[in-house]
Ligand binder design. Structure first.
Ligand code: NI
Length: 165
């Protein structure tokens, strides 16, 4: 188990376009394992490779239903809209209200390069969008409707949507 250092807002690495993964090798396996360990240690629900300083198109997500590893993920379809609270492990101590599609279909590869499609809704769809944004150098703060402050209705409601990605 290796916990990697999480890169925080202000670091250039969070603003780069990540490159596709071409080699499905041991190095990718180690990265995926370290990213999951780092996400769980930080009580996050998602983590993208640039958040640990690696500029490759790799994300991990677990909103409570098990770990999902996505290599070279691409959103191929969206439907509807949802507006809700969002945070990010790279933007510690802050959260904001972000509008996202309510349903998304993602095409991705697993650690062996096998291609899959997954359709998610609500919180999982939000997590997919948030993490895939990271691969293009986009943070939730770039698209939030407004910041949430202590004392606001949405602040610290204790539900899963307070968790950071
Ligand atoms: Ni994030």
């Amino acid at each position: 188990m290796a916990i990697r250092k999480i890169v925080e807002i202000g670091d250039d690495k969070l603003r780069k376009q990540c490159k596709p993964v071409e080699k499905f090798d041991m190095r990718l396996r180690v990265l995926l394992k370290d990213m999951a360990d780092t996400m769980y240690k930080a009580n996050g629900v998602g983590l993208a490779a640039p958040q640990v300083g690696i500029l490759r198109r790799v994300v991990v997500v677990d909103v409570g239903d098990g770990l999902i590893e996505m290599v070279n993920p691409e959103i191929i379809h969206t439907e509807g809209e949802q507006t809700g609270a969002e945070g990010c492990l790279s933007v510690p101590g802050r959260s904001g209200v972000v509008t996202r599609p309510n349903i998304v279909t993602v095409r991705y590869q697993d650690r062996d390069g096998v291609e899959y499609e997954a359709t998610a809704e609500e919180f999982l769809a939000r997590a997919f969008c948030h993490e895939i944004d990271h691969l293009d150098g986009t943070l939730y703060v770039d698209k939030m409707d407004r910041e949430i402050f202590p004392g606001d209705e949405e602040y610290d409601t204790g539900d899963e949507e307070d968790e950071e990605e």
